[in-house]
Design a protein around this ligand. Structure first.
Ligand code: EPU
Length: 429
């Protein structure tokens, strides 16, 4: 028995969709909140399974979590205990690794299981570990010596600020090292730091709590260690990847759609590509309006290379691929972040797309009409690509492994139904 999503496609969609708080911010803000010695209130929390798994982990640590309404989390770490994080919940998501930095910072030690998350090819965490070591932490692998369990221990006297150069501008390593460094003695400088908006969001919340983080949004983050953090109220930034997904849905299927609670500046590379291929859209301060894209309009082909922010986000190339099946000619997507992030292309091919993969480049030749099929969401953004394709296709699409979609898209079926989509969940054998 498995829950699937079924979509009857080829229906025009219209109306307004409100974007939720950023998943990739939220999954770091929740661990960051335990660094304080008072409750932290986080507003704009998306209803996704990654958040539920993190709440489970907080409770394992003795943290009190209240949800006064569906968008608010109150995280009270006053009764928190120094316990190992080794339950299955750790393996449900990638972001459980943020407890490495948070607990190392808070307690000076942490024993944690290897995180899970979407398989996008190898996803090492060597840069996180090197950063913790540079701050003085001892790293060991207890139990069987495999890297299934990691033990991090600060030296006598605590972590010490230092200069760390990241070989790759890793989002996760930047955030994790920043969290550990908040209580380190002296100054920590992270060079070649990632600049994603989510990093600014985490640093903003930590600074509201009393941290001294400078240089947010640049490649050099400077953290002056402090003694204690207090509580705060923080509203999460809108999810730029969810926003991009709905803009793509609108580009493919809407006569007129508003995507609200958006920071258009976070989407510049994606909006520029959409305009290049021939999509009509406009932006206001906090919304994107997609209009007048006729269903039979032939779009232009394009070449995309994924890049760290502010470049074209790797998380958007998969959903963008679905729209590129409408483009005339050969479009290419070159992955510079995750060379193997193309599992969605064979799934789109089941629906009639003409796709290929050559090295780190995905190829889509169009235009090809799409038809409904039984497909599998191999990872979160593959799921988004299949939903878009399902909305575009003739007939019924049945998407399996939707647990990946539920990890990152807040009430997707409800939002799409409100726009006029024929989408439902069903239990099948
Ligand atoms: N990398 C290393 N060593 C490390 C860390 C990263 O080699 O220690 C490599 C990765 O293998 C990858 C590149 O560096 O090739 C960039 O990885 P990064 O660390 O920036 O990615 P991440 O922090 O694991 C976050 C998002 C991803 C998003 C990437 C890139 C979260 C929880 N995840 O992952 O989001 O694709 O940044 O922007 O924030 C998604 O939302 O679907 C998703 C996968």
């Amino acid at each position: 028995m498995e829950e699937v999503i079924k979509i009857r496609g080829n229906r025009r969609l219209n109306g307004t969709v409100r974007i939720s708080g950023s998943k990739n911010s939220t999954v770091a803000l929740i661990p960051a909140a335990v660094l304080g010695s008072e409750p932290v209130t986080i507003y704009g929390v998306p209803q996704i399974s990654d958040v539920r798994a993190l709440i489970e982990l907080l409770r394992e640590l003795g943290v009190k979590v209240d949800q006064p309404d569906e968008e608010t989390l109150v995280i009270d770490p006053r009764g928190m205990e120094d316990r190992p994080l080794i339950s299955d919940a750790v393996t449900k998501l990638r972001a459980s690794y943020y407890f490495m930095g948070a607990l190392l910072g808070k307690f000076g030690r942490v024993l944690i299981r290897m995180p899970g998350g979407c398989y996008l090819g190898p996803r090492p965490i060597d840069l996180h570990i090197k950063g913790f070591e540079a701050l003085g932490a001892k790293v060991s692998y207890p139990e069987d010596g495999s890297q299934e369990y990691t033990l991090l221990e600060a030296p006598e006297g605590g972590l010490r600020g230092t200069r760390i150069f990241l070989d790759i501008s890793s989002v996760g390593a930047t955030i994790n090292i920043m969290m550990a460094a908040v209580f380190a003695q002296g100054k920590t400088v992270i060079e070649n730091a990632a600049r994603e908006p989510e990093i600014i969001d985490i640093a903003t919340m930590l600074n509201k709590m009393g941290a001294k983080i400078h240089g947010m949004g640049t490649n050099t983050l400077v953290i002056d260690g402090c003694q204690e953090l207090k509580g705060c109220f923080h509203e999460i930034i809108p999810d730029r990847i969810e926003a991009a997904t709905y803009i793509l849905i609108a580009a493919a299927m809407a006569d007129d759609m508003w995507i609200t609670n958006v920071i258009p500046q976070h989407l510049e590379a994606i909006i520029a590509k959409l305009e290049d291929i021939g999509i009509n859209l406009d932006t206001t301060n906090d919304a994107v309006h997609v209009f007048n894209n006729l269903p039979n309009k032939i779009l232009k082909a394009t070449d995309i290379t994924t890049k760290p922010y502010p470049g074209f986000a790797t998380d958007v190339q998969q959903p963008f691929s679905a729209l590129l099946t409408r483009s005339k000619g050969r479009s290419t997507i070159t992955e510079s972040i995750y060379a193997q992030r193309f599992k969605h292309l064979p799934e789109l091919a089941r629906m009639g797309a003409n796709t290929d993969v050559s090295g780190a480049t995905g190829i889509i030749v169009g235009p090809t009409p799409l038809h409904g099929a039984r497909v599998t969401a191999t990872d979160l953004r593959c799921g988004a690509a299949l939903v878009i394709a399902g909305l575009m296709a003739d007939g019924e699409t049945e998407i399996h492994e939707i647990k990946h979609i539920d990890r990152g898209y807040d009430r997707l079926d409800k939002k799409l139904k409100a726009l006029g989509a024929d989408i439902r969940r069903e239990i099948v054998d």
